[in-house]
Design a protein around this ligand. Structure first.
Ligand SMILES: O=C(NO)N[C@@H](Cc1ccccc1)C(=O)O
Ligand SMILES: [Zn+2]
Length: 157
């Protein structure tokens, strides 16, 4: 896998709505998922979205793990979600610190739904619907925002 360049705030692609993946089993998509994961780990992040590596497709990777900045982050295997849809999100919210690999040196408290249900395709093509709470739900909302061209500073109230 390759470590890819990460688009920084100001790149037009970060403000665009990404397209659904229609060729999940193509090697280009499978390799992209591997490259996104390698890039995420090299950047010491907990999530990444395809537009951040200059690919305007609806692919995100969630990889929560405890880090100095997020000590209460749960440990999970990196998970690729293709064409993710938040099918429900709780009205109750919580505020927590966020950062972004595309917005260096910026961190701010952001209010997000504390609980959500997301429906997505796995990299093998299975349709999964799962509920998440807390920090992982936060990452999912942050990454899905990237797919719609939204960066976290726009969410700071
Ligand atoms: O820029 C990204 N993802 O798009 N990466 C952020 C993701 C994130 C999201 C929410 C709260 C904390 C951190 C990171 O620091 O790994
Ligand atoms: Zn981000």
């Amino acid at each position: 896998p390759n470590i890819l360049r990460i688009a920084q705030q100001g790149e037009p692609i970060l403000a665009q709505r990404a397209a659904n993946v229609t060729n999940l089993h193509d090697a280009t998509i499978q390799n992209l998922i591997d490259d996104m994961q390698a890039t995420l780990l090299a950047a010491n992040g907990v999530g990444i979205a395809a537009p951040q590596v200059f690919i305007s497709l609806r692919i995100i990777i969630i990889a929560s793990r405890p880090k100095p900045r997020y000590p209460d982050a749960p440990l999970m295997e990196p998970l690729a979600m293709i064409n993710p849809e938040i099918c429900w999100q709780s009205p109750d919210t919580c505020t927590g610190w966020e950062g972004c690999l595309s917005v260096p040196d910026a961190r701010a408290p952001v209010s997000r739904s504390n609980h959500l249900r997301v429906r997505y395709l796995t990299r093998k093509g299975e349709i999964i619907e799962t509920e998440y709470v807390g920090f992982v739900a936060r990452i999912i909302q942050h990454e899905c925002d990237h797919l719609d061209g939204v960066l976290f500073p726009e969410r700071v109230t």
